[in-house]
Design a protein. Structure first.
Length: 423
């Protein structure tokens, strides 16, 4: 319960004058990465002002795996402390039984504005257990000024990235910046590493850990090559500290001006272009590199959704808050101010959104065709699948295990866990 106490300790209440008997207090979990908490606070305040209700904001651990553990504890206990849950794209199959069906509260024409794949993901046993809020896929940030200075182009393969990163890193260090590194990414043994590693594996054609039919497909030469490639970066173009980086750790190094390339989510764009950012006007965004000439560019599907707890004592008001926060107007505001990818298709043609985020249009394919983690097929066992996968990968990256051996062991462990493909 330590995490639960921590989460609740950061709660704040936003309210406006209202008739005491009419006002309801709705508690919502907000994210804390980048501008997310601030934007969640602003949107919730606007809803509270509009409806005369009150909103309590709840924040918790930045690690998604820790958040899931906290939420599972609260929901399993039937707690009514949180009314609206911020739900990772991989959680509907895990937590869906604890959420109400939002269909009676949000009309079909509104739901149909959102990406169909995300709506389908959020529909469990015929019930819409979560509304799409923002979507995500991993992308590659790079210092456009440094690549131009050294006569380099944006890489299209991981091999090109490594070569360019090394060339620019060494030249900048020689010129006096001994802090410069070639590439930063998220390699802490947490859900963020599962996302990064799945991108490497999929880009080389090494499968998706567990196939849609339930079979485990991670033990193969292409997956091993992907991990071997990533391990070669640590200590050469990436610092040893990358093994403990989450999103904000990587962003901190890149935004301070001390990295040539960075893998991160779209949210980092708005922060990199802030008035006080050392790299403002010096950054570009492209799709992640392919796994060799025969590979493909692959970004892991991310994103978050909003769900209402069936233990909530304010379900109608909570559903109304969800409807407001996931609306086109609110998603447009969040896209412009925080680079949070809308889940409403029409906003990708909005001139103001594209002006604030030029890469939204050019990388629409990346966002709509992102590789999904095997959460739906593995269901309640996904957390264990992800944990075993990222721990195996982390061992390879840290040099304590060989790719072939770790993947062979992982294949056996997951196959036993699945009972021969039946999860």
């Amino acid at each position: 319960m330590r995490h639960v106490l921590f989460a609740m300790s950061l709660a704040t209440t936003l309210s406006v004058p209202a008739v005491a008997s009419a006002a309801e207090t709705v508690a919502i979990s907000c994210g804390t990465v980048g501008k997310e908490f601030e934007l969640c606070k602003q949107g919730s305040e606007a809803w509270a002002k509009k409806t005369g209700n009150e909103v309590k904001l709840v924040s918790g651990p930045t690690d998604a795996s820790e958040q899931l553990t906290v939420f599972q504890q609260q929901l399993s206990a039937g707690s009514s402390d949180i009314d609206v849950f911020r739900v990772d794209i991989i959680w509907p199959g895990i937590l869906g039984a604890h959420f109400i069906d939002l269909k009676p509260y949000i009309s079909d024409d509104v739901v149909q504005q959102h990406f169909p794949a995300i709506v389908k993901n959020n529909t469990v046993d015929g019930k819409l257990v979560a509304m799409p809020w923002f979507t995500d896929a991993g992308v590659l940030y790079y210092r456009s000024d440094l690549l131009q200075k050294h006569g380099q182009k944006a890489p299209t393969t991981w091999e090109e990235l490594a070569a360019t990163a090394k060339l620019v890193q060494d030249a900048e260090r020689k010129a006096g910046n001994d802090k410069m590194v070639g590439f930063v990414f998220e390699a802490k043994a947490a859900e963020t590493l599962t996302c990064n590693a799945l991108e490497w594996v999929d880009s080389f054609g090494g499968g998706s850990i567990v196939a849609d039919d339930g079979s485990v497909n991670i033990d193969n030469p292409k997956a091993a090559l992907a991990l071997k490639t990533a391990a070669s970066w640590v200590g050469t173009i990436s610092p040893q500290g990358v093994l403990n980086y989450e999103e904000e750790g990587a962003r901190g190094v890149f935004q301070s001006g001390n990295a040539v390339f960075m893998r991160n989510w779209p949210y980092a764009w708005a922060l990199s272009q802030a008035p006080d950012s050392p790299v403002k006007g010096k950054v570009a965004v492209v799709a992640l590199p392919k796994g060799g000439a025969d590979g493909k560019s692959s970004g892991t599907l991310g994103g978050w959704n909003l769900a209402v707890s069936k233990y909530s004592k304010h379900q109608k008001a909570a559903a109304d808050l969800v409807k407001y926060l996931t609306s086109s107007e609110e998603q447009k505001r969040r896209a412009i101010q925080g680079s949070f990818n809308p889940t409403i298709t029409s906003l990708y043609k909005d001139a103001e959104v594209l002006k604030a985020n030029p890469f939204f249009g050019t990388l629409l394919d990346t966002f709509t065709n992102a590789v999904a983690r095997p959460a739906k097929v593995t269901g309640a066992k996904y957390s264990r699948v992800s944990s075993d996968f990222r721990n195996a990968v982390h061992s390879v990256l840290s040099g304590t295990g060989k790719p072939e051996e770790k993947l062979k062991d992982l294949q056996k462990k997951l196959t036993n866990m699945s009972k021969k493909g039946k999860w």
